[in-house]
Structures are given as structure tokens and as C-alpha cells.
Design a protein around this ligand. Structure first.
Ligand code: TMP
Length: 221
């Protein structure tokens, strides 16, 4: 059996990564591969429970460390109950956000020391680091407008219904974008940056080219 590969998609708000995760899942399936599609925060029963707490705008204020520990608590459960069993069974795992989101949101754009994230990564994630991380880069002004539009289409709400992270100011979203670009620059063997301003089909084609050249040949499929 070909080895399963672990692919994560990352980016700021409205970058289109969830759409791309679904397109990638379909393409992998079309190529005869078994795929587990998942997301963070969430992905497991406990993880989805914590997702509600983390994103709820009514959740009481708490420290950056408390928040990061909750993300990693959800991640530990997600890895143990979903990601590792899937990879062990030879399945490909496509995950919409993973620990680079903690590094970008809580680290580079937030108040948490990067060393604390390194420590939690070693404790929780190692040795299951992604084989490939696709970072979709988008101007935060475009991304936030897209996220607002998507929310309005979904449930008729407006910008006042942004979740705890979407609702932060432009400085936060600019720092977030730079954070993701720094992560990519620091991890060139694992990360690829894709221009998210293009249409979904062009972005999908670019991602597929990266997956095909970097992973499909390696996995012997
Ligand atoms: P989503 O909008 O992609 O579903 O992600 C939910 C929100 O959670 C998004 O605003 C990013 C945020 N987030 C973090 O702040 N840290 C993390 O580690 C993860 C996984 C998500």
C-alpha cells in the first residue's frame, strides 16, 4: 500500500482554503486515493466541542497561553483519534488549518512566545508534522470582504457576527499575513505559498501541480 500523506492548508480569513481543501480532496479521490478530510480547530468529537468554545464571541476573555493550550488540547485529541489512525491505514489526510495557524494567529499576530508554540508542537504534534503545507496568501482587505460575503450568504448575518478571530482589526490581519509568509520562508521544504487573489479553479490547478510533483511521485502512486 502506498504511504498516506499529510497535507495542511493554511491562510488568513477568506483566503479560500476550505474551498481548496475540498477541491484537493476530490482530485485525490479521482486518482484512486483514500482521503480523510478534516479541519482545525475540530476534526474529532472533543475537538469540535472545543471549537465552539474557542470561536464563540461570548467566551469570556482569557490569556493567549490559555487559548493556545485549548487549541493544542483539541489538536492532541484530533491527532490521536483521527489523523494518526488515518495515516497508519495508508489514507491521505487533508486538514483545513493545523499548528501553523496557532503560530500565525496566537504567535506572530498574537501575544504568545514562539518558544511556547515550539514546546507544544514537540509535545503534541511530533512526529506527525505535515508532509506538505499549502499557504494561501491574500490581501486581508480582500479576504475579510470575502469572509463577510460568505457569512451573509450562509446565514443572512452581517459583519457584527464575525467570530472572535475575524473580528480583530486590520493590524492583526496584516501581522497574520506576514506571520504565514515567515513560516513559509522558514520551512521551504514543507511549505508552498500560493497567490489567493486568483480564481478558485486556477488556484486549484496550481495546488494540484504542487501535490503531484512533490507527493504523488514520492508516494509511488
Ligand atoms: P476557520 O475559519 O478556518 O474555520 O478557523 C477558525 C478560526 O480559528 C480562524 O479564525 C483561525 C482560528 N485559529 C486560531 O486562531 N488558531 C489555531 O490554531 C487554529 C487551528 C485556528
Amino acid at each position: 500500500m502506498a504511504l498516506g500523506q499529510f497535507i495542511t492548508l493554511e491562510g488568513g480569513e477568506g483566503s479560500g482554503k476550505s474551498t481548496q481543501a475540498r477541491l484537493l480532496e476530490q482530485r485525490l479521490r479521482d486518482n484512486g486515493l483514500e482521503v480523510t478530510m478534516t479541519r482545525e480547530p475540530g476534526g474529532s468529537l472533543f475537538g469540535e466541542h472545543l471549537r465552539n468554545v474557542l470561536l464563540d464571541s461570548k467566551t469570556p476573555e482569557h490569556s493567549a497561553l490559555s487559548e493556545a493550550l485549548l487549541f493544542y488540547a483539541a489538536r492532541a485529541d484530533h491527532l490521536e483519534n483521527k489523523i494518526r489512525p488515518a495515516l497508519a491505514a495508508g489514507r491521505w489526510v487533508v486538514c483545513d488549518r493545523f499548528s501553523d495557524s496557532t503560530r500565525a494567529y496566537q504567535g506572530y499576530a498574537g501575544a504568545l512566545q514562539l518558544e511556547a508554540i515550539d514546546t507544544m508542537d514537540q509535545l503534541v504534534v511530533a512526529p506527525t508534522f505535515p508532509d506538505l503545507t499549502v499557504i494561501i496568501d491574500i490581501d486581508p482587505a480582500i479576504g475579510m470582504a470575502r469572509a463577510d460575503q460568505r457569512r451573509a450568504e450562509r446565514d443572512g448575518s452581517n459583519t457584527t457576527r464575525r467570530d472572535r478571530f475575524e473580528g480583530r482589526d486590520r493590524t492583526f490581519h496584516d501581522a497574520l499575513r506576514q506571520g504565514f509568509l515567515t513560516i513559509a520562508a522558514n520551512n521551504p521544504g514543507r511549505c508552498v505559498v500560493i497567490d489567493g487573489s486568483r480564481d478558485a479553479d486556477s488556484i486549484g490547478a496550481q495546488i494540484w501541480q504542487v501535490v503531484a510533483t512533490r507527493l504523488l511521485q514520492e508516494a509511488g502512486t
